[in-house]
Design a protein around this ligand. Structure first.
Ligand code: CUA
Length: 153
């Protein structure tokens, strides 16, 4: 009888999780990404978007700010960027070699950078300051030296 009770509790918990996922999908619009952008990691330097001279902060005619960065053993390129506070920023990352991650401590910004795919996050820095941008996926012996800086002004 005790086992049956625990089996019932386990099934109830699973049922609760399924219910939460279903409700989120139906009413909060929380779904797996529907648009997966692929990119050829080996020829980034030839790409129209992630060529060396296209990296960093760019503002389009409508004032929309996009930050493009390339992750590679063992740095992010560019090493330093400057962006405005209280302004929506769309970050787009690609890897030139292996799996990396990007994490900005004290913010909600964290994503994996999977080779062959574009990782995109839109965020806003609420206040000015110096923010480190760290790799948080083990990518090799230089992993712990892989970082860049963001100046938010
Ligand atoms: Cu790149 Cu760890």
């Amino acid at each position: 009888p005790l086992e049956k009770k625990w089996i019932a509790i386990s099934l109830a918990v699973v049922g609760l999780f399924v219910a939460i996922i279903t409700l989120d999908a139906l009413f909060h619009g929380i779904n797996p990404p529907s648009k997966v952008e692929t990119i050829d990691s080996a020829s980034l330097h030839l790409s129209t978007e992630f060529a060396e001279d296209k990296l960093g902060v760019q503002t389009d005619a409508q004032g929309v700010i996009t930050v493009r960065m390339v992750a590679g053993r063992y740095s992010f390129f560019p090493k330093h960027i400057t962006v405005p506070a209280e302004t929506p920023l769309t970050f787009r990352w690609v890897s030139m070699d292996v799996l990396h991650g990007v994490h900005i401590p004290m913010t909600n910004m964290s994503t994996m950078i999977v080779p062959g795919y574009v990782a995109e996050i839109t965020t806003t820095f609420p206040k000015p300051g110096e923010y480190p941008l760290l790799c948080n996926e083990y990518c090799g012996l230089g992993h712990n030296h892989m970082w860049s800086n963001i100046s938010v002004i």
